[in-house]
Design a protein around this ligand. Structure first.
Ligand SMILES: [Zn+2]
Length: 334
């Protein structure tokens, strides 16, 4: 491991430490067991920082080989390489990843992102087993970009994959404004740099604040559930994929489509945790229920709309535990 690598992982560990300390200061709705686990996590982070100081960081305790960097990216406290971990440790790792993603989500500003000209609401829930939902907002450029993605499958591989994509996007989104170019680049990056056996569905939408209460929407959709526009009058439009899922072929080129959003129009992005939510009889919530719900709430303000939709999904699924991550983003043009 180079000095630069050590510096990188030290920063990552310090950031985690900071998040964990912050979470422990006000562990809302957390039981003692969970607090204890997070306390242990803090101890592990401190131990890992010690190993960085002594330049012993990143060495597998079993085979003494180097621990995979993509593993350390997601679990910087790891002391054993992926080759060497047992099934029991694998389960433990999933548990830790779940905790980490829960802390990450708890600290994520779920609604405070501001997009000019829009009211915005977000709800994202992690399933018990680590899933692969990811969303982000990039509001620095000429237009605001919204990204939503879902890694197929769950567990460790999906979690690792999403964490890698998140890192790459933070860099690429600064350089690339166009949704189709961003999706094309992230696909190429993914195919070249990550040994992908799972695929990722991905949407990038760019929104202009526009004039006269009209915004231009540009979208590239790599095999993701179609975002939905509900017009002020109740008409529904589905923004179908403009290309296949990410991670299949690095030469894929993604196109984009353009739409106009007028005052009162609603835009909804979601992951398949919404439509795949199952009830006790094994029935899925499905596209039709979602569309029916949206068209029967044409003027509801986004925050309320999202919480009503969550209630609808919960009551449909009964008391069954969430089996997949679930993310909903709703925006209404002011
Ligand atoms: Zn090893």
């Amino acid at each position: 491991m180079t000095i630069a690598d050590l510096e990188h992982f030290r920063n990552l560990l310090l950031e985690r430490q900071n998040n964990v300390v912050q979470w422990l200061a006000s562990p809302e709705n957390a039981g003692q067991e969970e607090i204890d686990k997070v306390q242990n996590l803090l101890t592990e982070i401190k131990d890992a920082l010690e190993r960085v100081e002594h330049k012993e960081y990143g060495v597998c305790a079993v085979c003494e080989g180097e621990i995979e960097h993509h593993r350390l990216e997601i679990q910087p406290t790891a002391q054993i390489c992926l080759e060497c971990i047992s099934q029991q440790e694998r389960n433990q790792l999933e548990e830790e990843l779940f905790l980490a993603s829960k802390i990450h989500r708890a600290l994520l500003p779920q609604t405070v992102v501001h997009i000019d000209g829009f009211d915005l609401a977000v709800k994202s829930l992690a399933a018990r087993i680590v899933g692969g939902d990811y969303y982000d907002f990039f509001t620095g450029g000429r237009s605001a970009r919204i990204v939503i993605a879902d890694a197929m499958g769950k567990g460790l591989p999906a979690g690792l994959l999403m964490s890698n994509i998140q890192g790459a996007l933070k860099i690429l989104a600064d350089e690339i404004e166009s949704p189709s170019q961003l999706v094309t680049r992230i696909n190429r990056w993914l195919c070249r740099n990550v040994p992908v056996t799972k695929f990722v569905s991905f949407v990038c939408i760019a929104l202009d604040s526009g004039a006269n209460q009209t915004s231009r929407l540009l979208m590239a959709n790599a095999g993701h559930c179609p975002p939905i526009i509900v017009r002020k009058g109740g008409a529904i439009e589905l923004l179908e994929p403009t290309g296949g899922v990410l991670g299949v072929h690095e030469q894929f080129v993604f196109s984009e489509c353009a739409h106009q959003l007028q005052s009162g129009d609603l835009l909804v992005l979601y992951t398949d945790g919404v439509t795949d939510a199952e009830n006790g009889k094994g029935e899925m919530f499905g596209d039709n229920r979602l569309l029916q719900f949206l068209s029967s709430h044409p003027a509801t303000e986004p925050n309320q709309l999202v919480s009503l939709l969550m209630t609808e999904i919960d009551s449909f699924a009964g008391r069954k535990e969430l089996s997949d991550d679930l993310t909903i983003i709703a925006l209404r043009r002011q």
